[in-house]
Design a protein. Structure first.
Length: 319
C-alpha cells in the first residue's frame, strides 16, 4: 500500500486560521525529518565512504550535476534513482566527449552506437568501453523496469548502484581528470580549488559544497591530495601547543575578535592568533609592533575535522 496522506484536509479549516495549521504541521514534519536523519545518519555515512573520489575537474558539463545528484541518491539509499541518473549522466558524458573529440555526428546516435564508434576509432580503450557498456545495460534494465530488475532486492540494487557510480567516476577521472601535478602546478590548482569552493559556498544553486564546514573538510582533503600536506591531526589529539620565534606581520585591533598575524621563523608559515584583553595590554606594555621579532607559545584546540581552531597565546615576549 502506498500511504500518501502528508497533508491535513486544510480546506475544512476556516481560511483565516488555515495558515496556523499549516505552519504547525510543517514544524512537526521538520522534527520527523530530524529524527529520521538521526536514525539513519550512520548508514548514510557508510554509503558515502563507498563512493570513490575524482578529486576535481577543471572543466565540466551538465553531466557533472547529474552525477552529483546520483551520489546524493546513493548516500540516502535511493538506489534505483542513483542507477537511472548515473546512466543518464554517462550518456551525456559520452556526448560531451564525442563533441570534444570532433565526432559531433555521434551525438545523435544511441549510447551503444556511440561508445562502439569511439572504441572502433581508437578514442577510448576496451576497458573504458566495457565499463560504459555495463553502465548502459544496468541503466536500461532500470529505466525499462523489466521483470528481472523488479525482482532485485535492496542489497542487489545497492550493489548495482555503487558499481555504475564508481565505474563512471573512474572513467571520468581517467579521461578528463587532472594528472598528478608538479609542486608548482599543484599549488596553483589548490588555490583555484580554494577560490571555486568559496564561490560555490555563496551560490544559490547546489554544486559541490554544502556549507562552510564542508568547505573546510574539502580544502583539508584537497591540501593532502594536491600538496601532500599532513593537514589533519591524529583523532586522539585534542590540543596542540607550539613554541618558537615569530615575525609580527600584522596587528589588527579594529575587528572582532582582534588578532595578530605572525610568521613562523622555522618554516615561514603564517599563523593568526586571537587577542584577548590581557594580550592587548601586553602588546602595549612590550611595545610590540609590526616587523618585531617575538618569542611565543601558542595553543589551539583541535576541531572535529582534525584541524586547529582559534589560536591563543600562552606566553609572549618581544626579543
Amino acid at each position: 500500500m502506498y500511504i500518501d496522506f502528508n497533508k491535513y484536509e486544510y480546506s475544512s479549516i476556516e481560511e483565516y486560521q488555515r495558515n496556523l495549521y499549516i505552519e504547525r504541521d510543517k514544524e512537526a514534519y521538520r522534527e520527523i525529518l530530524r529524527e529520521w536523519f538521526d536514525n539513519n545518519v550512520d548508514e548514510i555515512l557508510e554509503r558515502k565512504w563507498l563512493i570513490e573520489d575524482i578529486s576535481y575537474l577543471a572543466s565540466v558539463s551538465d553531466f557533472i550535476r547529474l552525477l552529483k545528484e546520483a551520489e546524493n541518491l546513493f548516500e540516502f539509499g535511493f538506489y534505483t534513482g542513483c542507477i537511472a541518473l548515473t546512466g543518464i549522466s554517462a550518456e551525456d558524458f559520452t556526448k560531451f566527449l564525442a563533441s570534444k573529440l570532433g565526432r559531433e555526428k555521434l551525438v545523435t546516435k544511441t549510447q551503444h552506437q556511440r561508445i562502439s564508434s569511439l572504441r572502433d576509432d581508437g578514442l577510448i580503450g576496451d576497458a573504458i568501453h566495457s565499463s560504459l557498456d555495463i553502465i548502459r545495460k544496468i541503466r536500461n534494465d532500470c529505466l525499462h523496469y523489466n521483470q528481472d530488475f523488479k525482482q532485485k532486492d535492496n542489497n542487489e540494487l545497492k550493489s548495482d548502484a555503487i558499481k555504475v557510480l564508481n565505474k563512471f567516476k573512474e572513467i571520468v577521472r581517467e579521461l578528463i581528470g587532472e594528472t598528478q601535478p608538479t609542486s608548482g602546478i599543484a599549488l596553483d590548482r589548490f588555490i583555484k580549488v580554494v577560490v571555486e569552493a568559496s564561490e560555490q559556498s555563496i551560490s544559490e544553486s547546489y554544486e559541490s559544497v554544502k556549507n562552510s564546514e564542508d568547505i573546510n573538510l574539502k580544502l583539508r582533503n584537497a591540501s593532502s591530495v594536491l600538496l601532500g600536506m599532513p593537514t589533519a591531526f591524529h583523532p586522539n589529539t585534542e590540543i596542540v601547543v607550539f613554541s618558537g620565534f615569530y615575525t609580527v606581520l600584522e596587528i589588527d585591533l579594529d575587528i572582532e575578535p582582534p588578532e595578530i598575524t605572525l610568521e613562523d621563523a622555522s618554516n615561514s608559515l603564517p599563523v593568526i592568533v586571537d587577542l584577548e584583553e590581557d594580550d592587548k595590554r601586553l602588546l602595549e606594555k612590550e611595545n610590540i609592533r609590526e616587523g618585531d621579532i617575538v618569542q611565543a607559545r601558542i595553543r589551539s584546540e583541535v576541531s572535529r575535522l582534525g584541524q586547529t581552531a582559534a589560536w591563543k597565546f600562552l606566553s609572549l615576549r618581544k626579543m
